[in-house]
Structures are given as structure tokens and as C-alpha cells.
Design a binder for this molecule. Structure first.
Ligand code: FRU
Length: 467
């Protein structure tokens, strides 16, 4: 029996399945002003199950999603449909188009072995598995999945990066059907450790025009780093393989929170936009959300920022517009510890979909609370660390892991100096928090027993809320 649910946590502006289970976002693309999203999906229960499908949804604004039903279902011969990606096959290189460029989905057929298959569509709604699948066969490797395909302008071909256990592999093709291996990365440069999943590879430029390639990969079972997290490497791609050229003392993580996994980028956009599964694989199967489980993050527009610690990936969310009102707090001097006397700025919160902004020069604590005593804290301390603390944020006993100290508090070093602008986007159970041009990003799931109704800023600065 599933836990009896406390209340409805379904977000308003984030993708969720109507019923059943959802994990990774798959096959993200933009065509003719419509955003397409596919999701790993089990239609039969709100639990992961090996019989994965792809659920299709579309959106005009990346915030509200229309369910378009199942796009791919398990196949008798090749198995179920694990994660993958999509491209618009410009020029019909595959020959699968009829009267135009087809959409080609590339996914992992998960059967006795994991192999890569494709499916195509000429109307963007109906997807037909290719009769010659698999296009990248495998009868050796246990882990061999999550193909992310992109147009390779360096060699004028298609390239796919996929996860192969303790490393990623690259393959190239002229027609999306015949593939040759061109390289590998990660056997030495593991970073977080764990098993590579859902890799992605794309170029980005810094503000002053320097180009770097980002190799991003989710890492399953990285217990030294709080379960499963997504890391990235900064380097170069010669058309065949990736090489890390910028090293950092610690592994670089895409999100400092514990609830952003399997991020992947959209095909067909001029800016790089990324979306993730807002969950942690360690407890995603037991969160108290009722007849469905799983949601996606807001899409994030990615950039590269030169920080005092080096080049870092940054993201800003595509979030609902809001008009904010200022509430000022006045600095009242310092305590012996150097902390501003906590003169508060306070405001009421309306509803469960809201944005909050903090502008300040110094350390602060932002507190969201409700009459039940649930508290979500976001802070910047004197040693330049951002903290997101959900240890008292609401229901936690659905999972030992979620409840444990390991995943209650996320601390992250600040990468820029000067005044801070921090934005918190909240939607029922998800807080997405950004600061410092998006070099600080934290996605956190919380399950307050009642909606948060109040917000307070401790420390000097301005608190902005929606009236
Ligand atoms: C990541 C993942 C992928 C796999 C899919 C199966 O969450 O484990 O590696 O393709 O989920 O649902």
C-alpha cells in the first residue's frame, strides 16, 4: 500500500505526468515555436519499473505542458525504451522523411543488453521505430545507454555521446543509421565517481567570446557526494572526442541541490536550454505525491561565466513573470560575531506558486515558514557559503535518505564577489534558487505540511515578494 498522502503537491508550472511514474527528460527539441518533451515513463504505477515508455508532451511557453500520450512503448524483440534524445534531421540524411525533414528519436533499447535504436516521425506526433534497429548494437557491455545526438559541424556529420559504465563513448554517422566509434572520455577523469548516465556535450562561449565544450553527465551512486548528482567537465571537442582542458580542484556540479538529475539540453535552439528530472534517484520512488511521481525542473538558459575560481557553467530559469514589491530591512549594527543584528524584512506569501528575490551586500538568512513550524532556510554566511537547509522544511519520514543529514543541507562556495541578488522560484514542492548570474543554482524538493505562508529576511537588504 502506498503511503496515504498528506495533501496535493502537484506543481502548476512544471511538467508532471497525469498518473504513473516519470524520470529523465528525453528527446527535448523546439520546432515551429513548439517545445517538445518526452519523459521516461511507467504508465502503470507511480514507481520506476524496467518496462519504460516515452511519454510525449508539448508546450508553447516551457511552463504549461500538454500531454500528448505515449510516443514509444517496449518492443518484444529489443526491450523497453530507456533514455535518449531527438534531432530534426535537416536535409533528411536518414532518408526516413516523407516530403520534409523527419524528427529522429534515438533511445536505448533495454533488453538482454542495452543497444541504441532510432524512431522517426513525419508529423511530430506519431513515432515509428526504425525497422533496422538497433543502429548501435551491443552484446558485451552491461551499461551502454542514454544516447545524446547532436549535429557535429566540425566533421559535418551527426555525433552521439552515450554512457558506457565508467566512461562515455562518442560515435559519428552521416545518416543517423550507420555509426562508427570515434572516441571515449572519463576512464581517468571520473570526478564524482559512480556510473555515467545521460551524458550531453555542447559548446558554449564566455561573455568575452572564448569557446569551450561542456561534457555533462549524471553520475549514479556517488555516495561520497550525496547520492546521485550531475557533474560537468570543461574542455574541447575535436569532432571525434572530448578532452578536458580546464581542471578544478573538486568535481564541478551542475546543481548544488540534491534534486536535479539526468539534465539534458534541447535540440533546435540558438541559446542552450537544459531541463532536468527534479528528483534524486535515491528517494524519487517514495516521495509523497500520490498517483503520480516525478517532475521536471524549469528549463534553464545556460552560459559560461568567468568566476574567481575559474570558468563555470551557469543557468538562469525560464520561469513565470512576476511583479515584485520591495520590503526593506535596516542594518542595525553588528554583533560580536560580525553578524548584522537581525532586523527583519517580512512578508506574507500567497498561494504555492511564487517568486522571491533578495538583494543584499552581506550575509543573510531567508526563512520561509508556515504555522505548522515548517521552515525552509536559504542563507549566505560570513565565509561566503550559500546554504539551503531543508532539515525542518516539512514531511521527511517517507525516506531515510531524504531525512538523513547527508541530504538535508546543501552548502556551496560563492564564486563571485560583491552584492548578491538571489531568486527563489517556488512551485508547491520545488524550490529552484539562483544567484550570482546563475553560477549558484540549487534545486530542492520540500513537502511542507501546510503551504508556506510567511517569508522573512534576516540581515540587511531588500526582500522582494509578489503582492
Ligand atoms: C537515469 C536512468 C538512465 C536510464 C533511465 C531508465 O535516471 O537510469 O540511465 O536510461 O534512467 O529509466
Amino acid at each position: 500500500m502506498e503511503r496515504s498522502e498528506n495533501r496535493d503537491y502537484r506543481p502548476e508550472m512544471h511538467f508532471t505526468p497525469k498518473k504513473g511514474w516519470t524520470n529523465d527528460p528525453n528527446g527535448l527539441f523546439l520546432k515551429d515555436g513548439v517545445w517538445h518533451l518526452f519523459a521516461q515513463h511507467n504508465p502503470l504505477s507511480p514507481k520506476w519499473n524496467v518496462g519504460m515508455h516515452w511519454l510525449h508532451a508539448t508546450s508553447k511557453d516551457l511552463l504549461t505542458w500538454k500531454d500528448q500520450g505515449l510516443a514509444l512503448a517496449p518492443e518484444e524483440k529489443l526491450g523497453s525504451i530507456f533514455s535518449g534524445s531527438a534531432v530534426i534531421d535537416c536535409g533528411n540524411t536518414s532518408g526516413l522523411g516523407k516530403g520534409g525533414d523527419p524528427i529522429v528519436l534515438m533511445y536505448t533499447s533495454h533488453g538482454e543488453y542495452e543497444q541504441q535504436s532510432i524512431a522517426y516521425s513525419n508529423d511530430g506526433m506519431h513515432f515509428i521505430p526504425y525497422s533496422g534497429n538497433p543502429v548501435i548494437p551491443n552484446t558485451e557491455k552491461i551499461d551502454f545507454r542514454d544516447p545524446k545526438v547532436f549535429r557535429n559541424d566540425i566533421l559535418d556529420c551527426w555525433t552521439v555521446v552515450l554512457a558506457a559504465g565508467d566512461h562515455v563513448e562518442f560515435y559519428a554517422s552521416k545518416d543517423l543509421i550507420h555509426w562508427d566509434k570515434t572516441g571515449e572520455f572519463g576512464r581517468e577523469e571520473k570526478g564524482l565517481g559512480g556510473i555515467f548516465e545521460c551524458p550531453d556535450l555542447f559548446p558554449l562561449r564566455t561573455e568575452d567570446g572564448e569557446e569551450y565544450w561542456i561534457l555533462m553527465s549524471s553520475m549514479l551512486l556517488t555516495f561520497d557526494f550525496g547520492g546521485s548528482r550531475t557533474q560537468y567537465f570543461v574542455g574541447e571537442f575535436d569532432g571525434r572526442t572530448f578532452r578536458q582542458t580546464v581542471s578544478a580542484p573538486n568535481p564541478l556540479m551542475v546543481d548544488s541541490g540534491y534534486d536535479n538529475y539526468a539534465q539534458t539540453t534541447f535540440f533546435g535552439t540558438s541559446d542552450k536550454l537544459m531541463m532536468g528530472w527534479a528528483a534524486n534517484p535515491g528517494y524519487a520512488g517514495v516521495v509523497p505525491t500520490g498517483e503520480y511521481r516525478g517532475l521536471m525542473t524549469y528549463a534553464r538558459r545556460l552560459s559560461l561565466v568567468k568566476t574567481k575560481c575559474g570558468i563555470r557553467l551557469a543557468g538562469k530559469p525560464v520561469a513565470p513573470e512576476s511583479s515584485l514589491t520591495a520590503h526593506f530591512s535596516v542594518p542595525q549594527g553588528r554583533t560580536p560575531e560580525g553578524w548584522m543584528k537581525p532586523e527583519k524584512a517580512e512578508a506574507k506569501l500567497k498561494g504555492e506558486l511564487f517568486n522571491i528575490r533578495v538583494e543584499t551586500d552581506g550575509p543573510f538568512v531567508l526563512v520561509l515558514s508556515n504555522p505548522e513550524g515548517d521552515i525552509l532556510r536559504v542563507a549566505l554566511d560570513n565565509s561566503h557559503q550559500f546554504t539551503v537547509d531543508r532539515s525542518e522544511s516539512g514531511i521527511k519520514d517517507f525516506s531515510d535518505l531524504y531525512e538523513s543529514g547527508l541530504m538535508s543541507v546543501a552548502k556551496t562556495e560563492r564564486l563571485l564577489d560583491g552584492p548578491v541578488t538571489l531568486d527563489l522560484y517556488f512551485d508547491h514542492m520545488i524550490a529552484e534558487i539562483f544567484a550570482d548570474e546563475g553560477t549558484f543554482a540549487n534545486t530542492t524538493l520540500v513537502f511542507p505540511k501546510e503551504p508556506y505562508t510567511e517569508v522573512a529576511l534576516l540581515g540587511s537588504g531588500t526582500l522582494w515578494t509578489e503582492d
